[in-house]
Ligand binder design. Structure first.
Ligand code: PAN
Ligand code: ZN
Length: 202
């Protein structure tokens, strides 16, 4: 006879996905992995000269995530972590590119496990607000809201995220229009500074 406890145990270990909460590491499942270095982040930081003077191989952030269903599947969820290294380009802290979800109404959760930072949230009306990221901070990102995480500390900022598998990522809008605010270092502390008006391209 099958021992129900044994088969439960087997089922539990067979799935076998483990996370290391603090490191932001996952194992036991096919993982997606992406690393963004400075060279990948052309046009993201406001001080172009400072960006050009730095080694393009410098890692700014990395993401690992699992896709238990195919991207664009309605009703599924993706799960992953992001690690943003400590550093700055000129006076601007290392940060993610940031995006709206391609399906605008899709929300997301972020939960910080290590480091210090700020989550910049911007609505489609370009009104922005900030949430402080610190170990244990949980952030609900509503739909229709662009989101970018900024590492304002001197150690890596690590957070977990959970988002709908059909959310998709719209990076183009932010690449063209930017966030309406930037988090810059002023006198040793982070300050929330309005984005300079963009030149009108003819
Ligand atoms: C996160 C982000 C991750 C990297 O998983 O994709 O932090 O930031 P960028 O995608 O802006 O480069 C998420 O928000 N997913 O939807
Ligand atoms: Zn997102």
């Amino acid at each position: 006879m099958l021992d129900p406890m044994k088969s439960l145990e087997k089922a539990a270990t067979d799935r076998g996905i483990r996370v290391d909460w603090l490191l932001g590491d996952m194992c036991g499942t096919p993982m997606q992995h992406s690393v963004k270095n400075l060279g990948h982040l052309d046009g993201v930081f406001h001080d172009r000269e400072a960006w050009q003077s730095m080694d393009p191989q410098t890692i700014v952030y990395s993401v690992q995530w699992q896709e238990p269903v195919l991207p664009n599947t309605e009703g599924g969820l993706f799960w992953g972590s992001t690690t943003i290294e400590a550093g700055r380009v000129g006076d601007e802290y290392f940060m993610t590119r940031g995006h709206f979800h391609a399906k605008r109404d899709r929300g997301e959760y972020y939960c910080t496990v290590q480091g210090k930072g700020m989550l910049v949230l911007m609505g489609e009306d370009r009104l922005s607000r900030l949430e402080i990221m610190s170990p244990g901070s949980l952030h609900y990102i509503p739909g229709h809201t662009a989101h970018r995480a900024v590492n304002t500390g001197d150690a890596p900022l690590v957070f977990w995220a959970c988002w709908p598998s059909d959310a998709g990522h719209d990076y183009d809008t932010i690449a063209k229009e930017h966030f309406s605010v930037r988090v810059l270092e002023r006198g040793g502390i982070p300050e929330f500074v309005p984005e300079e008006p963009q030149p009108i391209l003819k």
